[in-house]
Design a binder for this molecule. Structure first.
Ligand SMILES: [Mg+2]
Length: 243
């Protein structure tokens, strides 16, 4: 197949990030641990409170106070830390400064992601034939994760103001790329957020099911793969079906 040629019926491949390109659970768990270690080292009393449930209590409080910002994971984590430090340190600026440092300990580790086998290799190869997009509900930084050179379009729930399965992220992508839905394939791990939502827009979809989970609904996805080499094959199969 020629590079991004006009006869190619598929022009763009979009990927979810967490649990699609990398092990999201392991990445977030490691980042939480990095933040807890930082707190234990510099603010042991606050670290103890966080471990003893105060962190989760504050998360609930913030969800109740700001339901309209529930999609914004950076805001939520920063606000939990701000409240945690403000309860313990009575100089407001000092509390804010330490809360920001604790967030940075999390965020640095959050971007040291655990890519799935062959993920970057396959995306690098796909880039010769397709435009590549990333659409995430998470707050990964594509510069810090090393993904930036592969990505033509990037959207997050924080940038768009809504998380998948809301279709706004897909709509903005199609508008910016100037493409019809049937010229795109979306790939993700989440049945509702990625597959059902993108399908409702008329895009092709592939369920990347690395953990070999059971599809939650009655009728399964049209395309399902477990690995990146399989994914690459199915993408070209879809291209052949469309010609
Ligand atoms: Mg995901």
């Amino acid at each position: 197949m020629k590079t991004k040629s006009s006869e190619n019926p598929i022009k763009l491949i979009s990927f979810d990030l967490d649990d699609t390109l990398w092990d999201g659970q392991k990445t977030i768990h490691t980042a939480q641990q990095a933040m807890q270690n930082w707190l234990t080292r510099y603010h042991p009393l606050i670290a103890e409170q966080a471990l003893n449930g105060r962190y989760l209590e504050l998360r609930k409080e913030i969800t109740n106070d700001h339901p309209e910002l529930s999609y914004n994971l950076t805001f939520t984590r920063k606000e939990i830390l701000r409240r945690l430090f403000t309860e313990n340190i009575h100089t407001k600026d000092k509390a804010l400064f330490h809360a920001e440092s604790a967030f940075n300990a999390f965020f640095e580790a959050r971007n040291q992601v655990f890519y799935f086998d062959d993920a970057l290799k396959v995306i690098g190869e796909l880039k010769t034939d397709f435009q590549i997009a990333a659409l995430t509900n998470g707050n990964a930084d594509i510069n810090a994760t090393g993904l930036k050179p592969y990505i033509d379009y990037f959207y997050s729930a924080e940038l768009i103001g809504a998380a998948k399965p809301d279709t706004r992220m897909f709509k903005v992508l199609l508008k910016d790329a100037g493409l019809k839905p049937e010229e795109c394939i979306h790939i993700g791990d989440h049945p509702e957020h990625d597959i059902i939502s993108a399908q409702s827009m008329g895009m092709h979809t592939i369920w990347l099911n690395t953990q070999e989970k059971k599809w939650p609904g009655n009728s399964g996805p049209k395309w399902e793969v477990q690995t990146f080499p399989q994914l690459q094959q199915v993408i070209y199969k879809i291209c052949l079906h469309c010609t």
